[in-house]
Design a binder for this molecule. Structure first.
Ligand SMILES: *Cc1c(COP(=O)(O)O)cnc(C)c1O
Length: 378
């Protein structure tokens, strides 16, 4: 038998999340962000579930190539634009929209030979201080781009650093409005957190909303609200099985560094999943996990290929039920065969990180399969 760890991508959940967010931003175009190989899910695997979006956002030209190879003819935006002048040729060939965040990208464009002019998204640095033109230099960049024969249309965008906090966008939004609101351009402001969390009175969900984590079923404020309360479903499940059992006595410990010591005689299950699979080593004892859909917790340190779970806490199986043991299904996050769910956000919080990092960190040694939607999208 092969090692039992595997991951599942749920196409129906992607469809559901997309439809749900569309209903929340009815007047916006939805750009499904599929950078980092669709947040670890795989672009080819999410395509069926997300093709109802109005466009896709990617980081690399190779991701855009894959979308075109899947048959996507609609908009694709390079979220950071081109990394060198040569990539503009691919933009022309594949009809890609691209972000312009710096002077060099404008220079490259003015020297680019193309039959069909490009659509670009001019980015303002409204306070995140990573990419973009300062508010003061924004208009002159806009004017220069608009006059460029290589450019057909200029849209404007910015990115919020604190959209997961209430009123976390006010300062940046004010800078944006002061220097861009009078331009006759389509506007793109929101990531998932801004689209879902900021008051609609701010009018943020303008033309294009750029959605990543919410489409993948992650909460935009996991400390306060679980994904389910946002109406979002998990799109990625990480599963394995118990491959060995240990009966430890009170006072005995489990795993490297003996960080966990049993306070009573305890039945422990050893699970084929470790940090080399992408399960976070920083998740200490007490991280939730589902065994046959029932919630228990990890004990001791996560090692490279294994981790340990407390089976004692699950007590004795119901009469007639299979006892928990070798071969029992373990859901590290996502949805178990019983339908029980464990939020990836919960595991991330125990590891001091975010669902984003866990999704992107799934290791290549974990086989991933696609669970097709049973119903066609409406
Ligand atoms: C990654 C990214 C997004 C999506 O962010 P989420 O928080 O996952 O919704 C939106 N805009 C830009 C520019 C990005 O790089």
């Amino acid at each position: 038998m092969t090692r039992p760890i595997h991951a599942l991508v749920h196409s129906a959940a992607l469809q559901h999340n997309l439809a749900h967010i569309k209903s929340l931003c009815p007047s916006s175009y939805i750009m499904a962000v599929v950078k980092a190989n669709a947040y670890g899910h795989g672009i080819e695997r999410v395509y069926e579930g997300l093709r109802g979006a109005d466009g896709f956002g990617v980081l690399e030209v190779s991701e855009a190539q894959r979308l075109r190879a899947l048959g996507w003819r609609g908009p694709i935006l390079l979220l950071e634009g081109v990394f060198d002048a040569r990539e503009l040729e691919e933009c022309s060939r594949l009809k890609l929209w691209h972000t312009v965040h710096c002077q060099a990208q404008i220079e490259w464009l003015t020297r680019h030979k193309t039959h069909e002019p490009h659509r670009v998204f001019l980015k303002m640095n409204s306070g995140m201080n990573r990419l973009g033109f300062t508010p003061e230099s924004f208009k002159s960049a806009y004017t220069r781009l608009s006059a460029c024969t290589q450019v057909q249309e200029v849209s404007v965008m910015t990115h919020f650093s604190d959209a997961d906090r209430l009123n976390g966008v006010q300062t940046q939004l004010a800078a944006f409005h002061a220097h861009a609101s009078d331009l006759a351009a389509e506007v793109s402001l929101c990531n998932s957190a801004a689209a879902l969390l900021q008051p609609s009175s701010l009018g943020l969900s303008q033309d294009w909303v750029r959605l990543g984590i919410a489409l993948y079923g992650g909460s935009v404020n996991p400390q306060e609200r679980p994904a389910a309360s946002w109406g979002l479903s998990p799109t990625l499940t990480l599963k394995s099985e118990i491959i060995a059992l240990q009966q430890v006595r009170a006072g005995q410990s489990v795993g490297y560094g003996s960080t966990y010591t049993a306070s009573q005689d305890t039945r422990i299950g050893i699970v084929a999943c470790g940090y080399a699979d992408g399960y976070p080593r920083s998740a200490g004892s007490g991280t939730p996990v589902l065994v046959e859909g029932r919630r228990t917790q990890t004990v001791g340190r996560v090692s490279m290929d294994m981790l340990a779970v407390d089976l004692e806490a699950l007590g004795h199986p119901a009469q007639g039920g299979e006892p928990l043991g070798v071969g029992s299904e373990v859901t590290l996050w996502g949805e178990s065969s019983t339908g029980a769910r464990l939020d990836i956000d919960e595991v991330a919080q125990h590891a001091g990180t975010l669902a984003y990092e866990l999704m992107c960190g799934l290791s290549t040694r974990v086989p991933i399969s696609l669970v097709q939607a049973s119903e066609p999208p409406h």
